[in-house]
Structure formats: structure tokens, C-alpha cells
Design a protein around this ligand. Sequence first.
Ligand SMILES: Nc1ncnc2c1ncn2[C@@H]1O[C@H](COP(=O)(O)OP(=O)(O)OP(=O)(O)O)[C@@H](O)[C@H]1O
Ligand SMILES: [Mg+2]
Length: 445
Amino acid sequence: MPWRDQLPDLLRFTFAYADKKGIIRDYHSSFLHFTPGYSDLRGEPLCEAVPELLGMESVWRAVLKGKTSFELPFINKQNATFTCQIFPAGHPVSGLWIVFRDVTALAKQTEEIQQKKNEIRILQARLDTRGHIAGGDLIGESPAMQKLKQMITRLAQVRPTSVLLQGETGTGKSTIARVIHQAAHGSTAPFVEINCAALPENLLEAELFGSVKGAYTHAVHDRKGLVEEAHGGTLFLDEISELSLPLQTKLLTFLETRRFRPLGSNSEKTVETRLIAASNKDLQKLTENGTFREDLFYRLNVVPVRLPALRELDNDIILLADHFVAFFNRRFNKSIKGFTSGAYKAITRYTWPGNIRELSNCIERAMIFKDEGCIETDDLVFHHPPRAKEHILLPENGIDLQELEKKLLLEALEKAGGNKSRAARLLNLTRDTLRYRLEKYNIDR
Ligand SMILES: Nc1ncnc2c1ncn2[C@@H]1O[C@H](COP(=O)(O)OP(=O)(O)OP(=O)(O)O)[C@@H](O)[C@H]1O
Ligand SMILES: [Mg+2]
């Protein structure tokens, strides 16, 4: 065999040349592997000779017209993965090159890398569960936090039911999911977490429900999905609002029957797992505009848990701030004493749109730059400046300042639902000053 003819075998590719009408004019002998039943291909129509190209006439016509090339992946009966590339040949284009390339080794490697990435992600999630704050260590004494702690204890005692955690970003949804898991199953059972916004729909389906060999181009092995990995433990679906409608349907069926079908499989699997879902969007609203299935919402919402925003947690802000100072003292090996009274005031007055995470980041940043003493107001960086002071124009004939003050006090109390600490914050006053002014105006609430 001339040395040139060996090259395609060595490099595991083969090729043919077809004219503008799609008639094969020349080819490498190994191309016959792809044309079952033919002993010579010259003069044969491409789409009839190569079954993989059946119905693809419009594609090679497009290649003939422009400069674009085309690549089609497929798996043959022997489970080898190939790509078929179609290139324009000649200047100006006088025909087509059809190149088959054996990419089985590459597909196998890609699959193995994906598998390893999954394993790392799952192990990481398990490690995080162990290192995370234990149930008793959830910081906060406010009524809202106590209710939350009671709920966690209850949930851990009952048979796995779906839990839906809703709350603004940074309020502790992921933390609470882990705490519920830990309380219910301990640290040895699997805690499997996936962010539904992190992967495109087609990958997410395989990731969640697994796939069998040949289900898609690079599926060289059967692959377990995360739902199955979570058997006997918890499956935590973060940002569930981002799940596509078809996947919502598949999840609903799984929740109702505990059974699912991996991608490309003919048989079903059964899995027992506790499902915790989280969202910082209002799912009920999403059901109203049709982007979230109502039946899935009700199925998930068996136990709704709303995580309060940090600004609703009253004195817990102080407890959390102190907790983070102690935490970062340990981490940075420092001994910062706490906060000056001015810094405490600034912390309680700020609205914390990023909630507990923002508080933690703010304190971490302050402590990186501080070596001793207390954290001062100037050490704290707030991302949203205090609400702009409104410019009030004094009317020509003046106002009754005391009457206005009384009205504002009543309005703040109203807005804060009668909670004096919160009302004080709305007016930029301390609790004591507020109490004094309420007494002054005989407001008894
Ligand atoms: N009650 C709590 N006590 C102590 N630390 C907490 C508490 N709740 C949350 N945290 C801490 O606050 C940070 C943010 O929490 P987490 O990541 O759970 O919020 P999230 O609601 O999941 O945020 P996102 O919506 O962005 O996913 C974490 O560092 C977590 O350890
Ligand atoms: Mg989270």
C-alpha cells in the first residue's frame, strides 16, 4: 500500500469527494466502511450511499453555496463515536469533501472528565455539609429565627416531605437546607446540591436524572444522575425557578411517583430522597405568569419556609455581627474586640439588601484591614448608601413641626407592624429616643 494511503488509517479518519450534484467522484478505500452494501462508490449519490447523511441534502447544498462547513456527530452500532464533517472543495466551490473522523477516544475522555467533575461536585457538597454550622449554631433569637429553628426540628423528625425555602439572596437558604439535612439524616447520608441556573436544559436533565450509553453524542457509559446519588439523603435544588418547563414536568412526575427514567433509557428507577428546593424569586407569582407549573409549586410547597430578610431580624443583626467577628478572629488569628457604639448603630441602621451574606462580607472586609481594637464606623463599607434624605420644602405659611413629628412616628410604627426597634431604624433613631418621643406625644402602641 502506498504510504499516503496509510495515513487515514493511522489518524483514524477517511474521506470522499462529491461534485456539486452530490455524486461521489473519488474516495479513500476505507470510506467503504461507512457505505454498507457498496463495493464501488464512484458515480453514487452521496445521500443514498451514506445512511448517516440521509435527509441532509439541505445541509450540503448550504455548504456548496457558502463558506460554512458542517459537523454531524453520531455513534455507530459498535459504539464508536464519529463525526462527519462536510467542507466546500475548490475555489470557487466545485464540490464537497466528506470527512469521517473516529473520535471515540476523545468522547470517552470528555465523558470521563464530566464524570470526575460530577464526583468532585458531589464530594464537595458532602464536605460542605460536614463543615457547616450545626443545627444548634444557627445564630438568632428573634421570633422569626426561633420559628425557623422549631420548623427545622419538626421537619427533621418527619418522613421526607418536600420543603420550599423562599427568601431574598443571602438570607441563608443554602445554609438552612444543609441544617435540615444534617438534623434529619446526619452527616453520612448524601447531601446533593445543584443550582438549576448553572447548566443549560439538556445538560441539566442528564445531570439530574442520569443517562444511558448512547443517549447523546458523548454518552459512552451509563451515568448516574444526581437524583440517584441523593438516594437515602437529600436532593437540594437551588434556584428552582430556573428549571425549564419540560424538566419541571419530569420533576413533578418524580415527586409524585418517586420514579424516573434516565435519558435514553427504557426502564424506570425508584429513588427515596428528601427534596429541598430554594428560590429567591416569588414562585407563586411565576405560576401566575406561566413560567412555573402551578401543580409543581403546590407539590413543593407542602412545607413552605420563608426566610426573613436581615432587616426584619431586629437584634439578631447584633448577634450575627458579633458571631462573625468571633468567626473571623478564629480564621484570621486576630483578636478584634467587637464594634464601637457608632459602628453598631451604623450596622443596625443599614438596610442590608444582601442580607446575612452581605453582613458577613462587610465584617470580613473590615477585619482584613484591622489589626486590633474595635471595628469603627469608617471600617465598614456599605454598598447601598443610606437612603437619600428627602428635600422637604417649607410651605409659605409654615407647618406644625410637632404635628408632623407625631404623624411620622405613627407612620413608622404602622410600617414596622408595631415593632419599636424597626420603627426606630426607619426614623434613624435609637430605641430609647423613639420611646421618649412616643411618651412625649402620648402614643401608646
Ligand atoms: N442563621 C444563620 N446563622 C449564621 N450564619 C448564617 C445564618 N444564615 C446564613 N448564614 C450565613 O450567611 C451566608 C449566606 O447564607 P446562604 O448562602 O445560605 O444564603 P442563600 O439564601 O442561600 O443565598 P443565595 O440566595 O444567594 O443562594 C453564609 O455564609 C451562611 O453561613
Ligand atoms: Mg444559596
